[in-house]
Ligand binder design. Structure first.
Ligand code: GRF
Length: 205
């Protein structure tokens, strides 16, 4: 029933998992000193580092990472600010049991700098998406999205702040649905058994 969480940095989504009472069995970072590792250690959750720099290729890194993950026999792998592109082999190994959170309303703005790109495009709606991971970067069946209005006075920083708040709402919810066996993937889309709350809209300041 457990989740292994992969991080590279701050770990605020990981913290949201802890606060939601999700069964996190281990946290693995590709960056030594990632702040999220300390959050795990504080809770007595195993916190491991697999530094990508120590490996000669993406394949070698992903093989070492998979070995660490499989040592915990998780039901789900959750990417939470994990800043590495994964090989198709790794993605296939955790097919339909690996989730990611991305700070945009996918399929808009895959990749980096989503908030400044959203401002540059003048979109009026922005947000975040939880999706199953496929071999294509920031792509895959969408489990849940949270949307916020883009205001005239917004900056990349203010958008990041409001979107992150929503990430902490939808990501734990999506993980809980997965663990409860409520997610149904069909034809590239996801539905939730007995629930229609796959969209959150928040227009609070
Ligand atoms: C979040 O914005 C997430 O959407 C993106 O990376 C950031 C990670 O933040 N993939 P944190 O480490 O969970 O605080």
């Amino acid at each position: 029933m457990s989740v292994v969480v992969l991080i590279s940095g701050r770990g605020s989504n990981l913290q949201a998992f802890f606060e939601a009472g999700l069964p996190v069995s281990a946290v693995i970072s590709n960056v030594a000193g990632a702040a999220g590792l300390a959050l795990a250690a504080k809770r007595g959750v195993p916190a491991k580092v697999v530094p990508h720099k120590d490996f000669p290729s993406r394949e070698a890194f992903d093989a070492a990472l998979a070995q660490e993950i499989d040592g915990f026999s998780p039901r789900l792998v959750a990417l939470a600010g994990f800043m590495r592109v994964l090989t198709p082999g790794f993605v296939h190994r955790y097919r339909e049991r690996m989730l990611n959170i991305h700070p945009s309303l996918l399929p808009a703005f895959p990749g980096l700098d989503t908030h400044s790109r959203a401002l540059a495009e003048g979109v009026k709606l922005h947000g975040c998406s939880v999706h199953f991971v496929t071999a294509e970067l920031d792509h895959g069946p969408i489990v849940a999205q949270a949307a916020i209005p883009v205001r005239r006075e917004d900056t990349a920083a203010s958008l990041a702040q409001r979107v992150l708040k929503q990430e902490h709402v939808v990501y734990p919810r999506a993980v809980r649905w997965f663990l409860d066996g409520k997610l149904v993937i069909g034809d590239g889309t996801v539905s939730v058994k007995g629930s229609d709350a796959q969209l959150v809209f928040d227009d609070s300041p």
